[in-house]
Ligand binder design. Sequence first.
Ligand code: PLP
Length: 364
Amino acid sequence: MNTLYINLSHLEHNYHHIRSIIGSNVKLMGVVKANAYGGSDVEIAAHLQKIGVDYLAVATAQEGRQLRQNNIEVPILVFYPQFVNLETLFEFELEPSIYSFSLWDHLIEWTGRKKIKNHPIHLKFNTGMNRLGFELNQITELKEKLSNSVFDIRSIYSHLGYSQESSPFDLIDRQTEKFKKVVEKFTDHFTERPLFHLINTSGVFNRPDLTFDMVRCGIGLYGYANHSRWDQSLKSVMTLESKIMQIRHVKKGEYIGYDKAYRYEKDGRIAILPLGYADGISRHSGNQKNKVWINGHLAPIIGNVCMDLLMIDVTHIDCQEQDTVEFFGTHQSTSLFAENSGIISYEQLSNIGSRIKRKVIDHL
Ligand SMILES: *Cc1c(COP(=O)(O)O)cnc(C)c1O
């Protein structure tokens, strides 16, 4: 059986560590998009709410609805609202990020028809990453539209594309300069000053001078910060474990799994585990690219990873059927496991499939 353990006391440790870096005057937004990076969004959001997070963020309206339907009451920013599901946004008091005039016009038209007033929204600026967002040269037009709009502007933000790069780094500086111009243009524009925010987790560790009014942290809350040195002060929240289904002795010359991907040069022993690429263990982990932790040893994944199963070499490891195997989290860092598969911690965590049972614990 496969289990993803979610350690709330580690979440709490990371939360307080991030708070200690940003100081008491800066707000903390907990990012719980994509099922809280593959964990379990409702449980994680509920715990963050309990310990005092200021804001939460999700990617889509449906993710926000799921939280609202489970008693999450803190303000929720929706990073990437699309032109659909507007009903959901308003019905569940979700706060959309507006990134273009087309979305703006669409929302105005919709809220006008529904006679909705004073709904909280956020404005997103592109400062160099060239993803979603308004451009700086649209500020004048934006201000005109704002002056007779029905929205309540809660925050204005941008996103760094290189926040983990060690300083000085000219592209961070360029983005920051642009964002400071945005701040300057809007600071005195509203009766109630909106929050300004720029940085994510690696920004907090790398450039704590750029916190502005709030930081948006996802991966850091889950125990990783894109740099092994920064990771040291954090604790891994998610641990993926499995149990050996079967142990098999193989003879010299025999092949393992699909496509003759692995051949035993000597007699050996393999263990078969009940998870595969459908559960988020990439095929790039196979063929000895990656290892799993078992009874104090690391066993290589051999052959091609299948959809539902994978094989490990346990020729030299003392183990038996039903023994526990850890993929990552407690004994092996998720960043390292991800790196061995050619991906990043974010991708490994958010790939953890829906078939894997989530189990919330207070300690490991
Ligand atoms: C996902 C996301 C974050 C969180 O980033 P981390 O590196 O996980 O802290 C912050 N801001 C935006 C706009 C995001 O999409």
